[in-house]
Design a protein around this ligand. Sequence first.
Ligand code: GTP
Ligand code: ZN
Length: 302
Amino acid sequence: MSRFGDLDLGLVVRGHGRHYIVEDSEGQRRVCHPRGKKSDCVVGDEVRWAPSGSDEGVIEAVEPRRNLLFRQDEWKTKSFAANVDQLLILVAVEPVFSESQLCRALIAAEAAGIHTTIALNKTDLPGTAAARERLAPYRAMGLNMMEIALKAQPQQSIETLTPWLTGQRSFVMGPSGTGKSTLINLLIPDAKAQVGDISQALNSGRHTTTTTQWYWVDAERKSALIDSPGFQEFGVRQVEPAQLPLLMPDLRAHADHCRFYNCTHQHEPGCGVRDAVEAGLISASRYRIYGEILTELTSKRW
Ligand SMILES: Nc1nc2c(ncn2[C@@H]2O[C@H](COP(=O)(O)OP(=O)(O)OP(=O)(O)O)[C@@H](O)[C@H]2O)c(=O)[nH]1
Ligand SMILES: [Zn+2]
């Protein structure tokens, strides 16, 4: 046990630049300040904290993490959250989702050892069959898949989502306009209250989705949704080029049929991955995206 082992354990539920909102074991939230660089933390972290002043706290130590979901762009690393049970990727029939972003999110989750569930929203719209078609390779890879219509069929959507979310800490990711706010408001009627007065005050003048926010779905605080602001870029530079195909389950399934052990699945003869693309066992778009990401990972940084 660290020397802070007798301090209370708290959960980081929100970050505001250099300070954090920490929830104690009774569910009470307060502003906490990290003691130093070592106590830098992210939403989802378990921290040892001590009271300071009348209603604030100091974070003395961050407990070891079970996992950390993050993206690594060319110049910066951005943590999404720590200690999550699953990633929930929300896509919609409209606007059409970027398959490249979807692949990147899946790769980052796979690299962090986090399960992913994909939910397709707005299935009341006529483009549903086409969206389903675009998701077919992901279904075939064995990912959890759901179809919902959060606005058109809220009750049915709750019933579809609930078994996946119960008892889980789910990090929600999805492009703008897919229905993330609709999802949060549907499943968490007191979402506004959970953001709370402290956060509102710290965030004054800024839109509430500029930071990652932890929401409890149930009063027992067993199921959580973690909502995060959108992003443009999704770099996966934490991945070694040779690891990339191993983080893409459909490529991985054919990578050990290659003639060369260090095959990059680009130009080599006797490549199991390219054979599988030709045979239609790996989708052409997934293979193209693999090539694009590989180029990114092997290109020099300036
Ligand atoms: N047709 C249809 N529209 C929906 C459904 N669910 C949500 N929408 C609509 O999609 C639009 C975007 O929903 P939001 O919940 O604001 O999406 P968001 O992902 O939070 O978007 P940002 O705030 O841009 O991040 C809204 O106009 C919703 O009413 C649905 O099941 N069917
Ligand atoms: Zn190969």
